[in-house]
Design a protein around this ligand. Structure first.
Ligand SMILES: [Zn+2]
Length: 270
């Protein structure tokens, strides 16, 4: 599933390929009808015809192409991938939307599971509604993060995954960060000292930045960001049965929290 580092590498790839400044000329959608809202929605794309891309913004796992009027928002869902096509390249399997832009530039969304969303909004604020500050936003400080979590009784990991509090922390990066600072994913947040929450915030940043760096350095053979799986060298914790704590060298254990599987070390994470 594309997480913040994958989505940020996609944003940079699209900028590098020259998306900014292009105008939408034609949009071809799959024949299957898409829902107008919610999972898998594709809506309002007609409003982008004739509009120029001014910038590409990201908050959390969402991208917004800011146009000269309105915004086109993208969410990759589980399996969504956006690529720029070569001049004669046919649209790939599982194409849901093909955007033809000025200068013959073609952008395609391929999405086997059909959970990705593309929606037109009035403004970036509408596109990013409901999202907290981005985890890598330089204006977002560890003090602000500690303040947002301060005194909450909920277990820490589900709070980290709450995109309304902090946008862009996914399941695997929450596990990575909690392991780095030796906090159990099930720890009650109000039992964690404020300074320790500050350290956790920095660990989240380190985990996300390390993954982004890894993805940027491992593009596919056409320079496109690929969706990395959770077992590669980005991760300190190897999310599979029989893997070990890199610190204690004892087997990691798993726990279900808020419907997501946490991997952690029962010895060093308290
Ligand atoms: Zn350990």
């Amino acid at each position: 599933m594309p997480e913040l580092p994958e989505v940020e590498s996609l944003r940079r790839y699209l900028i590098r390929e020259g998306l900014v400044g292009r105008t939408f000329e034609q949009i071809d959608l799959e024949d299957k009808p898409s829902p107008k809202s919610g999972t898998g929605a594709i809506s309002g794309t007609k409003n982008t015809v004739g509009r120029q891309v001014r910038s590409l913004e990201r908050r959390g796992k969402q991208i917004a192409a800011v146009l000269d009027k309105g915004v086109l928002g993208f969410h990759m869902g589980m399996t969504g991938q956006i690529h720029v096509l070569e001049p004669d390249e046919p649209a790939p399997r599982f194409t849901r939307a093909l955007f033809t832009m000025s200068g013959g530039f073609r952008l395609v969304l391929a999405d086997p599971r059909r959970w990705a969303k593309i929606q037109h909004f009035e403004s970036p604020d509408h596109a990013f509604a409901g999202l907290g500050p981005d985890a890598l936003d330089p204006k977002f400080t560890s003090e602000q993060f500690a303040c947002l979590l301060d005194g909450r009784k909920a277990q820490i990991k589900p709070l980290l995954l709450n995109q309304a509090i902090i946008a862009g922390v996914g399941n695997i990066y929450a596990d990575e960060a909690l392991h780095r600072v030796e906090i159990s994913p099930a720890k009650r947040t109000n039992e964690i000292a404020s300074e320790k929450l500050g350290t956790l915030f920095l660990a989240i940043r380190v985990s996300l930045e390390h993954a982004l760096e890894f993805i940027l350095n491992h593009p596919d053979d056409r320079g496109r960001p690929y969706i990395v799986d959770a077992y590669d060298a980005r991760m300190q914790l190897h999310r599979k049965a029989g893997s070990f704590c890199p610190r204690c060298e004892i087997p990691l254990v798993t726990m279900k929290l808020g419907g997501r599987t946490a991997y952690y070390c029962a010895s060093c994470q308290k």
